[in-house]
Every structure is written in structure tokens, then in C-alpha cells.
Write a protein that binds this ligand. Structure first.
Ligand SMILES: Cc1cn([C@H]2C[C@H](O)[C@@H](COP(=O)(O)OP(=O)(O)O[C@H]3O[C@H](C)C(=O)[C@H](O)[C@H]3O)O2)c(=O)[nH]c1=O
Length: 186
């Protein structure tokens, strides 16, 4: 598994090895032992899978607040997305900074989004499928959003995205009180 650092120290890009042959390819999209070997000992408890029909669909920026914060391991299994994480940990030297990376069925890259980061993506193709593992179960009362266009994120996307009502109504980053503190496991 290839591990790449990003401009945000705790945000990593993982690319598991693909075994190609005349039929196509095979990949272990997640392997607990391999993650542990890499010092990434995360206990995932829920798998999510979303389908977005239209290019330009934007889901985010989302989080679950402590004590139900989630680490996420995100991949795109059909089409392509611009996947984004924003450091929302108060006191972090990179607070408010974001990183975006293209995840696609073709490149097989995965973004590891730690607790304390807002997460979102915009689809770069029609018919996009995104799958991600979470280290805590869904908890609606801890589920929160911040407006997609309020955290200085470069989405690499012009025009109006397709948004849910919830995301349209989300507070701006500047008006939002982050529940995360740097150095505390959320
Ligand atoms: C997240 C979630 C949602 N749901 C239900 C609740 C709603 O009835 C429906 C759609 O939920 P939502 O509009 O929050 O889905 P997304 O906009 O894709 O939200 C996700 O998108 C961004 C990119 C994330 O990182 C989060 O995992 C998550 O917030 O699925 C569940 O039953 N379980 C879940 O874990």
C-alpha cells in the first residue's frame, strides 16, 4: 500500500496495490494488518456507500461531533470525485486549511480523514459511487454541517452544485463553533 502525505500533516492518501491480469484486476481495498503495519490502527465499524447521479453534486462539509466523531477512509468506486477535508481542530497550526484530492475508480486512491476534520466531495462525473469506512456509528444528534463555500475550499468546480436542503442551510465556517480541539482525540 502506498502512503502519501498531504499539506495537512494528519491527512494521508492511501493507494492499495492492484493486482492486474488478463481478466482485469483485484485489490484489497482495506486490510487491518496492513493498516496496523503503517501505524494506522483504526477500528472501522460502519461502511457507507453513496450514489450521486449528476456531475457537480456536492455532499458536505460534514462531521460528527465528539464523543461520536468519526475517522473516515474514503474511496470512489465509480466515476471520479474531488474529495476535500478541512482542519476544524481549534488550536491546530493548520486550523481552517483544507486539502483536495481526486479520487476515482481509475486511480484507486483513498483519503484517510481523521476525526476533527470536515469532509465533503463534489462529483466530477455523472453516476458517481463513493464508499467509505467510519470508526463510529451514525449518530444523527451528533451529525453536523458547515456551508461548502464558506471555508475557503478550492472545489475546482465552477457554477452551482447540486446540494441537499441540509447542506444549503448549513452555517458558515466563520459563524460556526467547532466542537474539536487539537490534540484531543475527539
Ligand atoms: C451519513 C448517514 C446518513 N444516513 C441517512 C440519513 C439520511 O436520511 C440519508 C442521507 O444522509 P445525508 O444527506 O447526511 O448523506 P450525505 O449528504 O451523503 O452525508 C454524508 O456525506 C459526507 C461526504 C460525509 O462525509 C458524511 O459521511 C455524511 O454526512 O441517509 C444514514 O442512515 N447513515 C449515515 O451514516
Amino acid at each position: 500500500m502506498q502512503i502519501e502525505k498531504t499539506d495537512l500533516p494528519d491527512l494521508l492518501i492511501l493507494t492499495p496495490r492492484r493486482f492486474g491480469d488478463s481478466r482485469g484486476w483485484f485489490v484489497e481495498t482495506w486490510n487491518a494488518a496492513r493498516m496496523r503495519e503503517a501505524g494506522l490502527d483504526l477500528a472501522f465499524v460502519q461502511d457507507n456507500h453513496s450514489f450521486s447521479a449528476q456531475k457537480g453534486t456536492l455532499r458536505g462539509l460534514h462531521y460528527q461531533s465528539p464523543p461520536r466523531a468519526q475517522d473516515k477512509l474514503v474511496r470512489c468506486s465509480r466515476g471520479a470525485i474531488w474529495d476535500v477535508a478541512v482542519d476544524a481542530r481549534r488550536g491546530s497550526p493548520t486550523y481552517g486549511r483544507s486539502v483536495g484530492v481526486e479520487l476515482s475508480a481509475e486511480n484507486g486512491r483513498q483519503l484517510l480523514v481523521p476525526k476533527g476534520f470536515l469532509h465533503g466531495f463534489v462529483t466530477l462525473t455523472d453516476d458517481c459511487e463513493v464508499q467509505y469506512k467510519c470508526t463510529d456509528l451514525y449518530s444523527p444528534q451528533h451529525d453536523g454541517s458547515v456551508r461548502w463555500d464558506s471555508a475557503g475550499v478550492n472545489w475546482g468546480f465552477a457554477g452551482d452544485p447540486v446540494l441537499s436542503e441540509k447542506d444549503l442551510a448549513a452555517p458558515a465556517f466563520a459563524d460556526w463553533q467547532s466542537p474539536f480541539t487539537y490534540g484531543e482525540t475527539a
